[in-house]
Design a protein around this ligand. Structure first.
Ligand code: GAF
Length: 376
């Protein structure tokens, strides 16, 4: 594998990292001004970079041969495609926001699986943004970098994502889940240490292809926005849990009604989960995970058979709770299990997948890790 010097014929000025995430609970609530609670993973994207004075970018990734080049001044939404759209989008958004960035050579390395619903897109945007800001010696608040990365994904790449993944990648801390209230733009670090309670959080990649740049994610978002408009509120966060039944009777379309029920009950589940975690009752969070999965499966309709089989098998093996995590249509499940049954639960999921003829799943360590930072 080529080194930075071999590819760019110069030494790097530094390396920056940004992690992927799993969301504990609060799915498809971020673009409804709701509540989310992700943890950052040990798996991350590393961008090694050197500054250029000619306003040009050369980007390479250890995963693919070749170098892609573009000019900072020429960047416009969609002007660079494929994986390099993400570093280009980060450069574009920083330029648009007026940050004094210049050109750069960038080498991307990753141990974060892409397409697994672990937010590799947000991690690549955030890692590039912190690298470019670092090269320029500019200090920017992590939440502001997250907001810029979301703008790049929305406006440059063209994916209508919310703000959870970028905030997780920028603002998580080791040993904590990030409780993020999107409407208030406030965060709270919630201690999250399953091992201290004799528990383990399993993250299982079900290996079903997942893309949310495609229409399903956008369609869910549109349904939510239409419902909010029909109910006369700025976002579904404004529908209180105890007003849900009344709101549902005012909606005409049954599919939209189910989408709203998911969002409003999911926001309530995040509130309940954070209360339980503050009270040191992590075991009791399990049933909320399972209720979230049922809601995503039946009301939001974003699960696929691999996700449902993984969750059902984990529960049958004794998990305290399990749910799909991320955008849906593939990706990963999480399962909260007694630590001494973690291996047996994973083995049961592997066997169930073999029995169904699914691709073998893989598991990842779910150690709550810190947000983006400079490495060297
Ligand atoms: C994807 C999006 F990028 C997030 O903003 C969020 O909506 C999530 O799906 C679902 O909770 O990861």
């Amino acid at each position: 594998m080529s080194t930075f010097e071999e590819i760019f014929h110069t030494a790097p000025d530094g390396s920056w990292r940004a992690p992927g995430r799993v969301n504990l609970i609060g799915e498809h609530t971020d673009y409804n001004d709701g509540l989310v609670m992700p943890i950052a993973l040990p798996n991350q994207i590393v961008v090694t970079a050197s500054a250029r004075t000619d306003g040009r970018f050369a980007v390479a990734t250890k995963g693919q041969p070749g170098v892609i080049e573009f000019t900072l001044a020429d960047l416009a939404p969609g002007s660079v495609e494929d994986w390099a759209a993400y570093p280009a989008g980060a450069a574009w958004v920083l330029r648009e926001a007026g940050y004094p960035i210049g050109g750069a050579n960038l080498l991307v390395d990753s141990d974060l699986p892409s397409g697994a619903g672990l937010s590799s897109s947000a991690a690549l945007l955030c890692a590039t943004a912190v690298a470019l800001l670092g090269l320029s010696g500019v200090e920017v608040d992590p939440a502001e970098v997250a907001r810029l990365a979301q703008k790049a994904e929305n406006s440059y790449v063209g994916a209508p994502v919310g703000l959870m993944d970028q905030m997780a990648s920028m603002c998580c801390t080791a040993g904590h889940a990030l409780y993020f209230d999107i409407r208030a733009m406030s965060t709270d670090q919630i201690p999250f240490d399953p091992a201290a309670d004799g528990l383990a959080l399993l993250v299982v990649d079900v290996k079903a292809p997942h893309r949310h740049v495609d229409g399903e994610y956008a369609a869910r978002r549109k349904s939510c926005e239409q419902a909010a408009a029909e109910l006369g509120v700025p976002a579904l966060r404004s529908v209180a849990f105890d007003e849900l039944d009344d709101a549902l009777t005012r909606l005409t379309d049954d599919v939209v009604r189910r989408r709203v029920r998911h969002v409003v009950t999911e926001i309530r589940r995040v509130e309940e989960a954070v209360e339980l975690m503050h009270a040191g009752r992590l075991r009791d969070v399990g049933p909320l995970f399972t209720a979230s999965h049922v809601s995503l499966r039946d009301d939001f309709e974003i699960t696929v058979p691999e996700l449902d089989v993984a969750v059902d098998t984990a529960l049958a093996a004794g998990a305290l709770g399990a749910r799909m995590t991320g955008g849906g249509f593939g990706g990963c499940i999480i399962a909260l299990v007694e630590a001494d049954s973690a291996d047996a639960t994973l083995a049961a999921i592997e066997k169930a997948f073999a029995d169904h003829g699914f691709t073998a799943p893989t598991s990842l360590a779910a150690t709550p890790s810190p947000g983006a930072s400079r490495i060297s």
